[in-house]
Each structure stands twice: as structure tokens, then as C-alpha cells.
Write a protein that binds this ligand. Structure first.
Ligand code: 5GP
Length: 173
């Protein structure tokens, strides 16, 4: 395994997520349910911490898509590996993603979920790398904006490793 250098510490991630949860809840009428759709596998930790920072009017589901293979660059190819368990019609849906890089994955997710007639559709990404964007994609809630560095930890992997790190780190060459 390669060495890693911490970029965003666990405590900083937690406090940003608490703020994001507050922002999200303030944007919806108090009695409206909010349905979070997590994108596996990278978004699992962000989802787990985000829902714990929110009130009980939250429901959740997961979807798995393939984007990256074993390398560090996007292939542009997105495939649905696991679909949602329940429908989205009439619901306030928020896509919960680990990171938006080229934007290809998110653009695709937004298109297919929009076609299921949610009442509203928004997106929350823990990380954004704006300098890498290839498609113009709307992200309503962003945890941290980062430079063009390949990061691991807090759900994010390299060849399926490092997902369990509590911090977000840069993988040293
Ligand atoms: P996009 O389609 O926006 O280029 O890429 C989105 C997906 O690529 C993310 O959900 C994530 O799985 C992966 N990805 C993008 N940048 C990184 C990165 O810096 N580290 C890791 N581990 N995955 C990344």
C-alpha cells in the first residue's frame, strides 16, 4: 500500500456535515419528507454521517453505479450496478455523492432520476473538483472544494482500498 497525506481531517469533515445538514433541512418545509439517494460505494460514509445529523423526516436508499475502474481517471462510462428499492414519484429527492470530478457520473444520475418524476431533485456532494469538470452539472450542496488531486479515505477508494480511513487523504505516488 502507498502512503497517504491527510488533506481534510475527520473532525473538519464532521463539522462541515453538521452545517450541511442544517442547510438542507432549512431549505425544505418543516413537514416535508426528504429522501436521500446515496451513490455506492464511495458515498456510504457521507450518507451515514449526513443522516445522523438530520431529523427523523429523512428516508434513504442506495444506488450503485460504476465509474472508475482500478485507475485514477474517469472512463466516462457509467453503468447501473444496483438500482433503487423504491420509486421516487412525488418525493423530495437528494442525490448524495462522494465527489464530483468530471461531472459525468452525476449528470447521468440526475438524468435517470429526473425521469422518475420526483417532486424535487437536488444534489449533495462532499467534495468537488471544479477544475476537472467536463459537463455543466448543478450541485446544490458542496462540502469542500478541492484541487485536482486524487483523494482516498472516508468512503473513497483506490483499487477498493482506503475506504475505511476516517480522514480524506492524498495518495502519494
Ligand atoms: P466523475 O464522473 O465526476 O468524473 O467522477 C465521479 C466518481 O469518480 C466519483 O463518484 C468517484 O467514485 C470517482 N472519483 C473522482 N475523483 C476521485 C478521487 O479523487 N478519488 C477517488 N477515490 N475517486 C474519485
Amino acid at each position: 500500500m502507498s502512503t497517504t497525506t491527510v488533506l481534510i481531517r475527520s473532525e473538519e469533515i464532521q463539522s462541515r456535515i453538521r452545517a450541511l445538514a442544517g442547510e438542507i433541512e432549512a431549505d425544505y418545509p418543516p413537514n416535508d419528507e426528504i429522501h436521500l439517494v446515496g451513490v455506492l460505494k464511495g458515498g456510504f460514509m457521507f450518507m451515514a454521517d449526513l443522516v445522523r445529523a438530520m431529523s427523523s423526516r429523512v428516508t434513504l436508499d442506495f444506488m450503485a453505479v460504476s465509474s472508475y475502474g482500478k485507475g485514477t481517471r474517469s472512463s466516462g462510462e457509467v453503468r447501473v450496478l444496483k438500482d433503487l428499492d423504491s420509486g421516487l414519484e412525488g418525493r423530495n429527492v437528494i442525490i448524495v455523492e462522494d465527489i464530483v470530478d468530471t461531472g459525468l457520473t452525476l449528470h447521468y444520475m440526475q438524468d435517470i432520476l429526473k425521469a422518475r418524476f420526483p417532486r424535487s431533485l437536488r444534489t449533495a456532494c462532499l467534495l468537488s473538483k471544479p477544475s476537472r469538470r467536463q459537463v455543466d452539472v448543478k450541485v446544490d450542496y458542496i462540502g469542500f472544494t478541492i484541487e485536482d488531486r486524487f483523494v482516498v479515505g472516508y468512503g473513497l477508494d483506490y483499487g477498493e482500498k482506503y475506504r475505511n480511513l476516517p480522514d480524506i487523504a492524498i495518495l502519494n505516488e
